[in-house]
Design a protein around this ligand. Structure first.
Ligand SMILES: C[S@@+](CC[C@H](N)C(=O)[O-])C[C@H]1O[C@@H](n2cnc3c(N)ncnc32)[C@H](O)[C@@H]1O
Length: 343
């Protein structure tokens, strides 16, 4: 890193600026390399260490901590991987820390290709996998899965796809595009998907309405209410009862290409009321690995489940009687989920 006697490491602010520019211009792997070189060359320089840490943690969000503490999630993945991975060539889409790829190797996978679009995470996965002595069995690739080349990156098709690309709205993190692409372009016939499908679950609910914005500093800002994202995350502690009817799948995401996929981009469901005031739909996820391996985070469920419960309000609250049905539409496209009362 020396340039005519001077080193970029002598000017940590310039170094930080350069690293951030590299990331913005699509050369994040270069920034990661430089940060690691800084740590190796000057391990006792606190300023440089802080800068290197900022570069290496860029994009490594703290959600990883709560996600890794979601024991029901980890156990469901482990059980499915233990059942299906033996002897297979596997693609792990969105490897993050490399956890699921390592589970696959422990379960007897032939080889795992672990891909993450984020260079800092891919680098972290490489280091964690190396620290666990599995580098010869796992190839970490810094790429968006949609850009993978079946031959050049994966040495031909894979027999199994592992993915954990779920967000609270289920489809937010490239889920549908990435898995449809993997099914069409990257897998061998009859490939196993872990998980194999996922349902966007919903139930009628009565949740607290968000306070409306009126005037601020003498200006009328009430138009904001019409433009604000309608959905909110709700906390439903055990025992609390915001749910006003039984849960149903609003939309089924099916990943294995030979399984029947009932809908393309939208579905309509009649949700049944237990009676009382209903002002929207609570939504969560149900991940299906096998008939006896299912992960679900229903309202009031296991507090270790880290995905939040979303609440999608209707335009107006409704008074209902037991058995009343409300027609609800659910549409997804490109990571966005829209739920509405379709009366
Ligand atoms: C929710 S984390 C899961 C991490 C890890 N697999 C686990 O289960 O602990 C999802 C990861 O997928 C990555 N990601 C999302 N979509 C991707 C795609 N299409 N291709 C590659 N990486 C992707 C994100 O950068 C993120 O690190």
């Amino acid at each position: 890193m020396a340039q005519s006697g001077k080193s970029i490491f002598d000017a940590p602010a310039d170094f930080l600026g350069m690293a951030m520019s590299l990331k913005e211009s699509g050369a994040a792997d270069q920034a990661v390399k430089m940060a690691k070189a800084a740590l190796a060359e000057r391990p006792d320089d606190p300023e440089l260490r802080a800068v290197a840490r900022a570069i290496l943690s860029d994009g490594v969000h703290t959600y990883h901590q709560v996600m890794l503490a979601d024991i029901p999630r980890n156990v469901a993945y482990r059980r499915a991987i233990d059942r299906f991975a033996k002897g297979k060539t596997i693609l792990d889409i969105g490897t993050g820390t490399g956890l699921l790829a390592m589970m696959a190797v422990r379960a007897g996978a032939k080889h795992v290709y672990a891909v993450d679009r984020n260079a800092t995470k891919a680098d972290l996965a490489r280091d964690i996998i190396s620290a666990n002595g599995m580098s010869d069995k796992i190839t970490v690739i810094t790429k968006m899965s949609l850009d993978l080349d079946r031959e050049a990156d994966l040495g031909g098709g894979v027999d199994m796809v592992i993915s954990e690309l779920f967000s609270a709205n289920v489809v937010g993190e490239t889920l549908m595009q990435a898995l449809a692409h993997a099914a069409e372009e990257l897998t061998n016939p009859g490939a196993t998907f872990v998980p194999e499908r996922c349902a966007i679950m919903g139930a009628l609910a009565e949740c607290k309405a968000r306070p409306e914005v009126t005037d601020v500093e003498g200006f009328d800002l009430s138009l904001l209410n019409e433009r604000l994202k309608k959905d909110t995350m709700v906390s439903v502690p055990r025992g609390d009862k915001f749910q006003r009817g039984p849960a149903q799948s609003l939309y089924d995401c099916v990943f294995e290409p030979d399984k029947p996929a009932p809908v393309k981009d939208k579905a309509f469901t009649q949700l049944v009321s237990d009676g009382g005031t209903v002002n929207g739909v609570m939504q969560w996820l149900r991940i299906h690995f096998a008939d006896d391996i299912i992960y679900e985070n229903p309202p009031g469920g296991d507090p270790l489940c880290h995905w939040g419960i979303r609440f999608e309000p209707f335009d107006e609250p409704r008074e209902t009687s037991q058995g009343d049905r409300i027609n609800v539409g659910c549409m997804q496209a490109n990571g966005e989920l829209v739920i509405w009362e379709d009366s």
